[in-house]
Design a protein around this ligand. Structure first.
Ligand code: NAP
Length: 327
């Protein structure tokens, strides 16, 4: 008998066809709407697999799915899941690393360029018909090339940002991670720093850590106080890694120069957020991996991980390796 997969993210036709060769599929297009939540709750008791993204999968939902064997997330970040709880329940969790690395690093660099050169602010001025004379120092930005790039979290995406900075823009690279990374140091002439030292020295501080119990609130008032008035702060990781109120204060008071933000404490960002009143903020809608090519590649990866799990094989991108031992 075919297994049953509850899908809470729409797939392209070829991927849907591929998944349907292995499973009966129930698609719930908007699992966060009232109707979507009800349909999800109705479908969970029959689910062997769950495939989607951006949904907090809590214990109450999991309790409704007694035969669930696999969750395939269309994301690399797994902060929406209680990994220990999934492992206890014997549910395999997989994600989609690697395929989104370069695209997300591109987004990081887009934010670096946009904030430093005030691209959004000045383009808005032109669009509004306010470009009436040659611009002067009041509208000048700051250089990116040759400035010091500080990466907090030198993993896959951090490394891809460092690559762009080092080879493309001649930027000295500093980084902070759990431990030094000799291969990265050799490749980019990068230097390891404590978090405090990096925050003091870097012109651009770029966050690429996962959201975990350890990184939640990693950057707060104390950390912004260590940065300099020239510092540009970039967050392409997760909003909750940063104390947003402390960041707003740092931006409002000139403690830091600007921020390029793809992620926020609460998403979508509230339209009355003080961040949207600040010219020195470039805010994007959690679009790190959002290109046609990369989103399709992520979905393909998630489908393949699900098919493996349903076929009794170890998914390529298994997150909770412990669960496999008991599977
Ligand atoms: P990764 O390869 O696992 O890299 C994460 C790095 O963070 C690791 O090198 C790790 O260091 C470091 N790290 C973890 N905890 C740390 C801590 N407390 N202090 C310092 N460093 C720490 O993951 P990735 O593929 O690069 O993705 C990183 C994150 O980016 C994801 O988890 C996701 O939340 C976010 N992301 C956002 C978007 C977006 O749309 N904006 C898109 C994709 C991903 P060690 O290696 O030393 O342990």
């Amino acid at each position: 008998m075919k297994k049953h997969v509850v899908l809470y993210k729409k797939l392209s036709a070829p991927l849907m066809e591929r998944l349907q060769a292995y499973a009966e599929v129930t698609l719930i297009e908007d699992p966060k709407s009232a109707g979507g939540v009800a349909r999800l709750r109705d479908a969970l008791p029959q689910a062997d697999g769950l495939l989607g993204a951006s949904l907090k999968l809590d214990a109450q939902l999991l309790d409704l799915a007694p035969q669930l064997k696999a969750v395939s997330s269309v994301s690399v970040g797994v902060d929406n899941y209680d990994i220990d709880d999934l492992t206890r329940r014997g549910i395999l969790l997989s994600n989609t690393p690697d395929v989104l690395t370069e695209t997300t690093a591109d987004t990081g660099f887009a934010l670096i360029m946009a904030t430093a050169r005030r691209v959004v602010e000045l383009a808005t001025m032109v669009r509004n018909g306010e470009w009436t004379q040659n611009i002067g120092p009041a509208h000048f930005g700051t250089d990116v090339h040759g400035k010091t790039l500080g990466i907090v979290g030198m993993g896959r995406i951090g490394e891809a940002v460092a690559q762009r900075g080092h080879f493309g823009f001649g930027m000295p690279v500093l980084y902070h991670s759990h431990s030094p990374k000799p291969a990265v140091e050799a490749r980019f002439n990068a230097q390891y720093r404590s978090l405090d030292a990096l925050l003091q020295e870097a012109d651009f501080v770029c966050l690429t850590v996962p959201l975990t119990a350890e990184t939640e609130g990693l950057i707060g008032a104390e950390q912004f106080a260590r940065m300099r008035p020239e510092t540009i702060f970039i967050n392409i990781a997760r909003g909750k890694v940063v104390d947003e109120q402390a960041m707003i204060h740092a931006l409002q008071t000139g403690q830091i120069r600007a921020a390029g933000l793809d992620v926020f404490e609460s998403e979508p960002l509230q339209t009355d957020s003080p961040l949207l009143q600040l010219d020195n903020v470039v805010a994007t809608p959690h679009m790190g991996s959002a290109t046609h090519e990369t989103r399709e590649a992520m979905a393909r990866c998630a489908v393949e991980n699900m098919i493996s799990a349903l076929s009794g094989e170890r998914p390529k991108d298994l997150v909770n390796k412990e669960a496999w031992k008991h599977a």
